[in-house]
Design a protein around this ligand. Structure first.
Ligand code: SF4
Ligand code: SF4
Length: 265
């Protein structure tokens, strides 16, 4: 009797730092169990062995920043039964989306000795801006437990149990003392997507939003509170323009803060 075919997994890289792919490798023990259930068919960061597509599940890291990558992601989508984006770059353009608020031509002429060799787009965009995406896993980098849940869910053909509540909810679950209430420390927890286990507040630091926006956010209201805590409006704008600068909830609020009146109410 022949063994049942194992689902084929592919891991793709676009513009990114590889940190989310490293999270896959960091799964270590769990990865062995997962590898027993799937055929790691394409994962250049882990192995040179390549099995041709189509693939049952593609994990995509990174954003689209070049014309070639805009073509490549369409080819990846055509080969993938399910496509999941992993990390802040793939889901929200990443740190490199800071270019979306500046002049790429100017950057190119300043940074590179031969800017004419650089073929780039003037914006860094998430994968979902180019092709349909079955699930977006947030974080910079992603959380190992959430990643394993997503892979397991797709193997079991069910919806991943990854909630989009805020870091504050996780903070309460851990029994943390709120750094804002107790110490007046600015914290993006009320508008940030859960997944890290409220890591920073657990060490008495404010959250700076590396998991991107939660599903229901009121960034404008939080801006008012951060300013009341003494944070200059320019710094509030900058904190929205870090890892997830192009995520709509953060991008809109940072643009409002950039307006001539500095987003004054
Ligand atoms: S410390 Fe931050 S994340 Fe935790 S409850 Fe307070 S505001 Fe929310
Ligand atoms: S910045 Fe916020 S989302 Fe990122 S690890 Fe710290 S608490 Fe978690």
């Amino acid at each position: 009797m022949t063994a049942p075919r194992r689902p084929k997994l592919a891991v793709w890289k676009f513009a990114s730092c590889d940190g989310c792919q490293l999270t896959i490798l960091n799964c270590e023990d769990e990865l062995l169990a997962v590898a027993g259930e799937i055929d790691v068919a394409y994962f250049p960061e882990a192995t040179r062995a390549v099995t041709q597509g189509p693939y049952d599940l593609s994990l995509v890291e990174g954003s689209v920043t070049t014309p070639d990558d805009a073509e490549r992601i369409r080819a990846v989508r055509r080969q993938s039964r399910r496509l999941v984006t992993i990390g802040a770059c793939a889901t929200a353009g990443g740190v490199q989306a800071l270019r979306n608020f500046g002049d790429v031509e100017e950057f190119r002429s300043i940074v590179y000795a031969h800017p004419d060799y650089v073929r780039t787009l003037d914006r860094s965009t998430p994968i979902a801006a180019h092709v349909p995406v079955d699930f977006e896993l947030r974080g910079c980098p992603i959380d190992k437990a959430q990643l394993l849940e997503v892979i397991t869910a797709f193997l079991q053909q069910r919806k991943p149990r990854v909630t989009a509540e805020s870091v504050c909810v996780e903070c309460k679950r851990r029994g943390n003392v709120c750094v804002t209430v107790a110490h007046g420390t600015p914290c993006l927890g009320p508008v940030t997507h859960t997944g890290c286990g409220a890591l920073c507040p657990s060490y008495a630091r404010g959250c700076y939003g590396c998991f991107g926006p939660a599903d229901t956010t009121n960034t404008r209201s939080l801006t008012g509170m951060l300013v009341d805590l003494g944070m200059p409006r320019r710094d509030v704008q900058r904190v929205y323009r870090t890892f997830n600068a192009s995520a709509p909830a953060f991008a809109d609020e940072s643009a409002r803060l950039e307006s001539r009146d500095g987003g004054e109410p």
